[in-house]
Design a protein around this ligand. Structure first.
Ligand code: HPA
Length: 273
């Protein structure tokens, strides 16, 4: 990863700035079934990922593959309505390219959301969770093979989920009386869900929820010096914690039901960070 990738980053940034005069300060990545938030922005410019140099597109239901640039009151915001995943066959570099692009547009704070399975009986589907830390069990790291032009290789992840954002976000949730847990997100590549034995192990290792995204983006965001806030929407009990089987359809449906609280929370957090 070197000169050519830097060029495609510049191309992506220049292309986007030809379409909009918005200079986004906050970025948002919306996970499976959480896309409705994008419509909250005022005076949006909407750009399909397929038009942006270097962007890929997700084939997964619940991801609409559009970048929104607009305003929430006095805040300028870039929202990725859907993301593409490592499990879709894209490289770990491709998957994190949008984070580099958001940074190149001027984003300083990044809110990353996802759908996740609960590893705890006490956290049922329909819950929201602030991510306070993660465990990367994928064996993948988006900084492998990255040239120094992209930034520091040995990135410190002590404050990967910035307390500067987490604290005000928790205060906003409390004020709105929206219950939001906090916990540790475990990243596996998927796309198969876990086995019951794996789920027991993940919980023993200190995990609270499990999913197939977010962590590569968070690592790159930290390399770029962005403050990150992570929010999981818990869509199901992970395998073995309930008698039923897990279906992607259920993930989308639960997120549709949580959508109202999620949108309210996200909107207010953006106005307060
Ligand atoms: N496991 C992994 N990823 C997920 C899950 C799950 O149970 N639910 C939503 N994304």
């Amino acid at each position: 990863m070197g000169k050519n990738e830097i060029k495609s980053l510049t191309r992506a940034r220049d292309f986007i700035f030809k379409k909009t005069s918005i200079k986004p300060e906050i970025g948002v990545i919306l996970g499976s079934g959480l896309g409705a938030f994008a419509e909250q922005l005022k005076d949006s410019t909407v750009i399909p990922y397929s038009k942006i140099p270097g962007f890929q597109r997700s084939q997964v239901k619940g991801h609409s593959n559009e970048l929104f640039l607009g305003k929430l009151r006095n805040k300028t915001v870039a929202v990725m309505k859907g993301r593409y995943h490592y499990y879709e066959g894209y490289s770990i570099f491709d998957v994190t390219f949008p984070v580099r692009t958001l940074h190149a547009l001027g984003v300083k704070k990044l809110i990353i959301t996802n759908a996740a399975g609960s590893l705890k009986k006490s956290i049922p589907p329909g819950s929201l969770m602030f991510i306070k830390d993660h465990i990367n069990l994928s064996g993948k790291n988006p900084l492998i093979g990255i040239s120094s032009e992209f930034g520091e290789k040995f990135v410190d992840l002590t404050d990967a989920y910035s307390k500067k954002l987490l604290k005000p976000a928790q205060a906003v949730a409390k004020k709105l009386m929206i219950k939001v847990k906090s916990g540790v997100y475990v990243f596996l590549t998927g796309p198969s869900y876990e086995t019951p034995a794996e789920v027991k192990m993940l919980e023993k290792l200190g995990g609270t929820a499990v999913g197939m995204s977010t962590v590569p983006e968070v690592i790159v965001a930290n390399q770029l010096g962005l403050d990150v806030l992570g929010i999981s929407s818990i869509t199901n009990f992970a395998s073995g914690l309930s008698s039923g089987k897990i279906h992607h359809k259920e993930v989308i449906e639960v997120n549709k039901r949580t959508s109202k609280a999620f949108i309210k929370l996200l909107k207010n957090i953006i106005l307060h960070i």
